[in-house]
Design a binder for this molecule. Structure first.
Ligand code: 15L
Length: 269
């Protein structure tokens, strides 16, 4: 593989983890964000740009081996903010990749694309059981992201891997995270697998660690080569002591999107 991986949203929570971990897996990075990246790492290229800026993204994509697209709004906001950053931004990134001949794009989708999907009565929830039940405008933007990825894969032959990320955090801080946590090293492993998998075509996979209480099927992610190393259960005793055993009938635990499905997440338009 020649050329760097263009990493958008590189200064953010997941971007910062990937900037630490991907170079150790052999990936050179071109790190892009709207804010300057302060802690320069050896060999890393830096670009300050907005993912909706077509000219800047065309330049940033030039010569890249792949794109990992994390940039955008990472939670609920107004429709204007979410649709501009996440839908227009994803289309701009995919178009820049296509025009530059970049063969693969990894998209940071989210569990909130399917947030109103209920916990199945038995067995894990497969990706195909959780199609398009967004819980917020943010979730709608992730459905659109996946749809744009599908379009660019079918129409232009790009490999596009959508990661429906659970809770990417240093450690679980709520009992829901005992099911949804994606640890930092598993963030790196998942993206590395999405970059390396031979000819994935269009794929949508859940992005969580090997959590004992997890209920989202990891077989599609494992088929890409993802081998999760962490399990949130290590934090269960402390979290249950602090917050009580989770009530699986509570919407926070009974729906994919957890608290994002509650009335307090009604958006301001
Ligand atoms: C997400 O997609 C958000 O970016 C993050 O802030 C969390 O809310 C996470 O999902 C989650 O579901 O825990």
């Amino acid at each position: 593989m020649s050329g760097p991986v263009l990493l958008t949203g590189a200064a953010g929570r997941i971007g910062t983890v990937l900037r630490g971990g991907l170079p150790e897996r052999g990936w050179a990075l071109r790190s892009l964000d709207v804010v300057p990246i302060v802690d320069a790492r050896p060999g890393e290229e830096h670009v300050v740009a907005d993912v909706t800026d077509r000219a800047a993204m065309a330049e940033a994509a030039s010569g890249a081996a792949a794109v990992v697209h994390l940039g955008g709004v990472s939670g609920e906001s107004t429709w204007a903010a979410v649709s501009h950053a996440n839908i227009d931004g994803t289309q701009c990134v995919l178009e820049a990749a296509r025009r530059a001949g970049v063969p693969r794009v990894v998209l940071a989708s989210s569990n909130h694309a399917t947030g109103f999907t209920p916990r199945p009565a038995s067995g894990p929830l497969r990706e195909e059981d959780g199609l398009a039940r967004p819980d917020t405008f943010y979730g709608v933007s992730k459905v659109a992201m996946e749809a744009l990825g599908s379009l660019y894969a079918d129409r232009y032959g790009l490999d596009v891997v959508c990661l429906r990320i659970g809770t990417a955090a240093a450690e679980p801080t709520a009992t829901r995270h005992l099911a949804t946590w994606l640890s930092p090293r598993d963030q790196v492993s998942l993206v590395d697998a999405a970059l390396r998998a031979p000819s994935p075509g269009f794929a949508v996979v859940w992005g969580v660690s090997a959590n004992t209480r997890g209920w989202w099927d990891l077989s599609a992610a494992r088929a890409l080569g993802y081998e999760p190393a962490d399990d949130a259960e290590e934090y269960a005793a402390a979290l249950v002591a602090a917050h009580g055993e989770p009530d699986l009938a509570d919407p926070v635990h009974a729906r994919v999107g957890g608290e994002f499905t509650l009335p307090e997440y009604d958006a301001e338009v």
